[in-house]
Design a binder for this molecule. Sequence first.
Ligand SMILES: NC(=O)c1ccc[n+]([C@@H]2O[C@H](COP(=O)([O-])OP(=O)(O)OC[C@H]3O[C@@H](n4cnc5c(N)ncnc54)[C@H](OP(=O)(O)O)[C@@H]3O)[C@@H](O)[C@H]2O)c1
Length: 324
Amino acid sequence: MSHPTSEAPKAAPVPYFTLNNGVKMPAVLMGCWQGDFEGEGKNLDLAISNGYRGLDTATQYKNEAIVGQVIAESGLSRDQLFVTTKLANSEHHDVAGALSRSLEKLGGQIDLYLMHWPQGVDQSTGALFSDQSSGNELPDYVRTWKEMEKAYKASNGKVRAIGVSNFSIKTFTELLKHAEVVPAVNQIEGHPYLPEAELVQWSNERKIHTSLYSPLGQSNSPLLKDDLLNSIAASHNATVAQVIFAWAIANGLSVNPRSTNPERQVQNITLITLTDEEVKRIDTLHKEDGKHTRLCNVAWSKENSTAGGWTLQQLGWDIGFETA
Ligand SMILES: NC(=O)c1ccc[n+]([C@@H]2O[C@H](COP(=O)([O-])OP(=O)(O)OC[C@H]3O[C@@H](n4cnc5c(N)ncnc54)[C@H](OP(=O)(O)O)[C@@H]3O)[C@@H](O)[C@H]2O)c1
């Protein structure tokens, strides 16, 4: 469905965060991963109609072309939308090529280009770049970042900001030793059971904005049944999702929730305000027995505690996918 300019949909009144290069990023973006692939365009079109101005996609989601089409038919000018996409693990060896393919699919502008994971994968062998046993000398994430810096500078403003995803203090520390451009954003899993306060504070001190993925803990999330979150939600006549987003935004974090449901799309972008006491109480919720956990079921192996082929130690992730 396209929107003629005269009927351009209204933006929801969400705040914007200013990134370290002055670019403004909406506090709530629609996640574009794991939807009904056939229905993706319809879902994103609905999201724009419902007031979303931020879309979070990735080359690995295989839907950049659909996102580009929705943008082109939205009836909005490009500067009214903020689009994040991400360099795929299999494209670390060809950052310039990968970026130009993403730009083409997304209509010639990317507001935020992230390194999706610190792990590059050799397309021909499937080996991780950093895997010493593979014997290859292909780039690791520092070299990939240097390529991203070059591509960003060469893009003449088509890429408005660059950043990373799934970085920890450990991987960041190595990266920043070599970076000329400080990443504008780190997109990480985050919610009240995984607040990542130390990483967030460390990033804030270096002017790196933190953006949360899987902020609701995906489907069948224990967060939705949590007593504290439910009681705070009831006192605001709101939902647990609205409480989580208000908590995140009060802590200076943007959120990338995904919903294909029209009512929940509206709910997720209708923001409420919590008291300082409520925010502080939620900050410590993960300290209750058994609550500190990852909930996003990304490429990981439960048996040997790895994500994307790296151990949690290599990633610098303080806890695994189960309770710490
Ligand atoms: N950088 C990375 O490595 C990475 C990794 C994972 C995800 N992401 C990004 O983060 C986005 C969101 O993450 P996610 O999809 O994993 O998890 P999520 O947004 O935490 O959870 C999505 C689930 O929550 C449900 N939901 C949405 N709004 C709700 C509400 N108000 N109340 C109750 N349930 C609600 C959705 O169902 P309905 O659709 O039925 O509402 C869906 O089942 C992704 O789409 C992607 O853009 C990035």
